[in-house]
Design a protein around this ligand. Structure first.
Ligand code: IPT
Length: 970
């Protein structure tokens, strides 16, 4: 029998033909949900009983929202054949379905508020007993800290309600439903809902109960909600405290001798809270039913004369955008991971976090209070995918959605209002403009006038206290700094910050130091937040770390999800090391006349008492003397010229002063001796390499010998230097394009990675024009050029020797019209794979490129070949060491004139270029060495400006030289 109905015989009306969505109407309802308690403040623990419901839950996945009835919620339901799942967690990371990564595109048709029929739905079941001694009086609430994206909840067979707002807390009153014996908690979670339209952040779509589930006792007479108002008057040095609560009680702060009633203000002398000196006072709010711990930080945030001030001082944000990420558990973060983030930030001089693009786990903000970080707390709101249709139908400009937007604003503000670290509320990210945003702003201002408002998406700044932009280039930022950027009357008066800049995708970001110079030079520029903190790679055997597309998604945005300063496993990438140096809170500048060093205290608040200063003196990179450097207790913003000791008498060597600022004693975030800042400056210059190449090349048996080297007589290619075999030495201009070389489709300006490939720089051919063994040199003339093009590089290799040593002088003369810069310019050759240890004198210890080399310090360094490689999640050019005077590898010592960029790896640039994941790279039988005279800058064009012109490697007539010596060592 057929179930088909022909158009001519319409099916009779029946229940089965009612619109499907009516069955699960709450999923597509634009409202925030039903049955939840009003939002309130979050706090770690009071003396009220609580029961953590995290752990193993029973789990069953269905393909659609309405595939099953709700009988599973009934007590006595047998879920014996269900799977188990960890809560908190995402089911797609636990073997059920798969994650999807899209940047701004919705992974479903845009037809708000409708969602696809295919709507993975996870039923979660948890049986629990109340612990011994669970109080019989009062009530209880069931608290969900985060569920993506829509949940419906039952306790003991009674439906409590449903909610949306994935990264926001939702509570239900459950006291009357609890049973002393077994309780059944049932939660149905839908991956897609109307709420998904408001949660189009650039990240993985990861459904599940991904934050804690807790049962909290609410004793009779307990606080429902409280609001700590703790301000600081920098003129009087007094803090004013008032704690509002819906239940009368007393507030005590023993260290301040405070004992007041709720609602009553008191002013006393206090130490203020700041990110640099996060002074917290422990207190208690005691009501008849509960004693709630308070951690009070006194501080006042304001825009005064166009500047963001905290406690009367302007602040400079040295920030990062932090998504919550763990490579195994996604956005389900354990407390240790949160702490690690904070420790890593503090250790790298970061002083601010934007919680992109949703309120984080609430415990993260406790850590920010305690360790000291300024926080922009951002609401869980992004409707970015509407750009694909010119913002038509954008929910933030459609009154039907306003209740949901207001609900989100309230849930963030109420939850987080008692954190001193939160100084700015952000309405959301990339949601266009509209009345809904204004409604949110008005509500927030009415509820909490003590913080500033941020939203980047509206250039008129109608709802905000700050002018904020993302990825503006240096030139524009400078114009804004000079107040020449125009804009409406309101915007012109506002302070400026870059809520996103320095796109840390792959190798880079370049240009951070140039931004920092602007931030320092113009008071209106109050800093920025690098995009972003951590790569969202997912641990997986096949790929190492997986990114978009690795799960067979039909739409995805590839490795754009890996754009952090940390690799997914929280190993710092070179970008973080660079950022740490660029934003150091003490500037140490040398070259001062009369043997002085200039110390500038760049803190906003702290003097230098937490730091100890040390000088050291290097001869050819080796430290020959060191000592303590007494530095006066400079106030923030002050500088002093400090006398250095007499330099040790060293002859015939290149010499440097290095001055370091380290922690004078242990802090909660790092040990005594931890380096905070450093400066280095040259004293005596590097002597020129003396070299008199007087040996005459000898030709015979198909070979040419010159000093320690042997060449192929036909090609002029070196085969060996002493006992060391060489392969394929020749000019090299190609690098495996970085994400920043490739650029993003929407970026203006040339995308060099694409232009290089179009020109054919990855397939340069080497034409041999002459091999001339005569006089005191072997000269090899070539022309290096890509097929189909007129451009080329006339390249001459001139080899000379003094008997012991071998010198290569390379002359490059561009021919034709070069309209693009070169990726790199130097020579490359292969060494036997036994080469392993590397020593060098030059920039280190880490990777550096022309616009990412602030953290590269001149010294003597050692590594293995493997450790030189930076394991970007998508492999690309990496690992160069800057300003190298000499390097030793595989039995050779290579000196450069001038200094060079040194790179060595166990695969070729072509293999690196072809690799998509870490696991695609396998060591070959050679170590490939690049000695580069030049490297093109890195920039930030994967989502921002390319390198500044001063970091371009232009094709122009060039000469550079290397001297090779056999060391014998391997
Ligand atoms: C900007 C987004 O705000 C952020 O979430 C992220 O996607 C970032 O870019 C790039 O990684 S939006 C950008 C299109 C300007």
């Amino acid at each position: 029998m057929s179930h088909h109905t022909s158009p001519s015989s319409p099916a009779p009306p029946s229940a089965a033909s009612a619109p499907r969505w009516a069955v699960v109407g709450y999923v597509e309802d634009v409202g925030p949900g039903r049955g939840c308690l009003p939002p309130r403040t979050w706090y770690a623990a009071s003396d009220a009983a609580s029961l953590c419901l995290n752990g193993r839950w029973r789990f069953r996945l269905s393909p659609t929202a309405d595939a099953r009835d709700d009988s599973f919620a009934e007590p006595g339901y047998d879920a014996g054949d269900w799977d188990e799942i960890a809560v908190p967690g995402h089911w797609v990371l636990q073997g059920h379905g798969a994650p999807i990564y899209t940047n701004q595109r919705y992974p479903f048709p845009v037809d708000p508020p409708r969602v696809p029929t295919e709507n993975p739905t996870g039923d979660h079941l948890r049986l629990f007993d109340l612990p011994q001694g669970w109080p019989r009086d009062g009530g209880a609430v069931l608290c969900f800290d985060g569920v993506e994206s829509c949940a419906r909840v039952w306790l003991n067979g009674t439906e409590l309600g449903d909610f949306k707002g994935s990264r926001l807390p939702h509570e239900f009153a459950v006291g009357q439903l609890l049973r002393p014996g077994g309780n059944v908690l049932a939660v149905r979670v839908h991956q897609w809902s109307a709420g998904s339209y408001l949660e189009d952040q650039d990240q993985w779509w990861l459904p599940g109960i991904f934050r804690d589930v807790t049962l909290l006792h609410r004793p009779a007479g307990a606080v429902r909600d409280h609001f700590v108002h703790a301000s600081y008057d920098h003129r009087s040095g007094e803090g004013t405290l008032r704690v509002d609560s819906d239940v009368d009680g007393r507030v005590t702060v023993p260290a301040l001798g405070i004992d007041i009633a709720t609602g009553e203000p008191v002013s006393v002398p206090v130490e203020p809270w700041s990110a640099e000196i996060p002074r917290l006072y422990d207190g208690v709010l005691a009501t008849e039913g509960e004693r709630v711990p308070l951690r009070i930080g006194f501080r006042t945030v304001a825009v005064t004369d166009g500047l963001i001030e905290v406690n009367g001082r302007p602040v400079l944000f040295k920030g990062v955008n932090r998504h919550e990420w763990h490579p195994g558990t996604g956005r389900a973060l354990d407390p240790e991971t949160m702490r690690e983030d904070v420790l890593l930030m503090k250790r790298h001089n970061i002083n601010a976090v934007r919680t992109s693009h949703y309120p984080p786990h609430p415990a993260f903000l406790d850590l920010c209070d305690a360790y000291g970080l300024w926080v922009i707390d951002e609401c869980d709101l992004e409707t970015h995918g509407f750009t694909e249709q010119s913002w038509r139908g954008n929910p933030v400009d459609d009154d039907r959605w306003t209740p949901a937007l207001l609900d989100r604003a309230a849930r963030m503000v109420e939850r987080d209002k008692n954190h001193p670290s939160v100084v700015v509320w952000s309405l959301g990210n990339e949601a266009g403009t509209g009345r809904g945003l204004t409604a949110m702003a008005e509500w927030i201002r009415g509820r909490d006038g003590s913080r500033l408002l941020h939203y980047e998406g509206d250039r008129s700044c109608r709802d905000t206290d700050l002018y904020s932009r993302m990825y503006a280039d240096h030139e524009e930022v400078e114009r804004i700094g000079r107040r020449l950027d125009g804009g409406g009357h309101k915007r012109r008066e506002l302070p400026f910050l870059l809520c996103e800049y320095g796109h840390a995708m792959g190798n880079g970001p370049g240009g951070l130091a140039d931004y920092q110079r602007l931030f320092t030079a113009y008071e209106r520029l109050q800093g920025g937040f690098v995009w972003e903190w951590i790569d969202h790679g997912i641990t997986d055997d096949r790929h190492g770390f997986a990114y978009g597309g690795d799960f067979g998604e039909e739409l995805h945005d590839g490795n754009f999800v890996c754009d952090g300063l940390l690799f997914p496993d929280r190993e710092p990438s070179p970008g973080l090391i660079e950022y740490k140096k660029v934003i150091e809170p003490v500037r140490i500048e040398g070259g001062g006349r009369g043997g002085t060093v200039r110390i500038h205290n760049a803190h906003d608040v702290a003097d230098l008492s937490a730091l100890a200063f040390e000088w050291s003196f290097q001869a050819d990179g080796a430290t020959v003397a060191r000592g303590a450097l007494p530095v006066p207790q400079l106030a923030p913003g002050e500088s002093a010229d400090v006398k250095l000791p007499e330099p040790p008498g060293v002859q015939g060597a290149e010499t440097h002063w290095t001055v370091r600022a380290v922690l004078a004693s242990d802090t909660p975030w790092a040990r005594r001796g931890h380096e905070v800042a450093w400066g280095q400056f040259p004293v005596a210059q590097r002597p020129r390499l003396g070299f008199a190449g007087d040996r005459v090349p000898r030709v015979g048996h198909g070979r040419i010998t010159l000093g320690p080297a042997s060449f192929d007589a036909r090609t002029g290619e070196p085969r060996s230097i002493g006992p060391v075999d060489l392969t394929g030495l020749r000019l090299d201009v190609w690098r495996a394009p970085t994400d920043n070389d490739e650029g993003a489709s929407w970026q203006g300006g040339p995308r060099h990675g694409l232009l290089w490939r179009a020109l054919g720089l990855h397939r340069m051919r080497h034409r041999l024009d002459a091999v001339e063994a005569g006089g005191d040199a072997l000269t090899v003339r070539t022309r290096v050029a890509p097929a189909a093009r007129e451009v080329g590089l006339a390249t001459v290799y001139r080899w000379t020797s003094d008997g012991e040593r071998l010198k290569l002088t390379v002359t490059v003369t561009p021919e034709g019209e070069w309209t693009v810069p070169l990726p790199r310019l130097g020579v490359r050759f292969g060494l036997p794979g036994s080469a392993d240890r590397v020593r060098w004198y030059g920039g280190g210890p880490g990777e550096a490129y022309p616009d990412t080399k602030s953290a590269s310090r001149i010294g003597r360094w050692e590594s293995t070949v493997d450790a030189l490689h930076t394991p970007y999640v998508r492999p690309q050019e990496n690992g160069a060491r800057a300003d190298v005077r000499w390097a030793e590898i595989g039995g050779l010592r290579i000196e450069g004139e001038p200094e060079f960029w040194f790179t060595a790896r166990r695969w070729t640039s072509e293999e690196l270029d072809a690799a998509d994941h870490r696991t695609d790279l396998t060591p070959g039988d050679r170590v490939w060495v690049n000695l580069d005279h030049g490297q093109h800058g890195i920039g930030s064009q994967s989502c921002g400006p390319g390198p500044l012109p001063r970091y371009f490697l232009r094709a122009e007539p060039t000469e550079f030289a290397f001297v090779f010596t056999v060391t014998g060592a391997r």
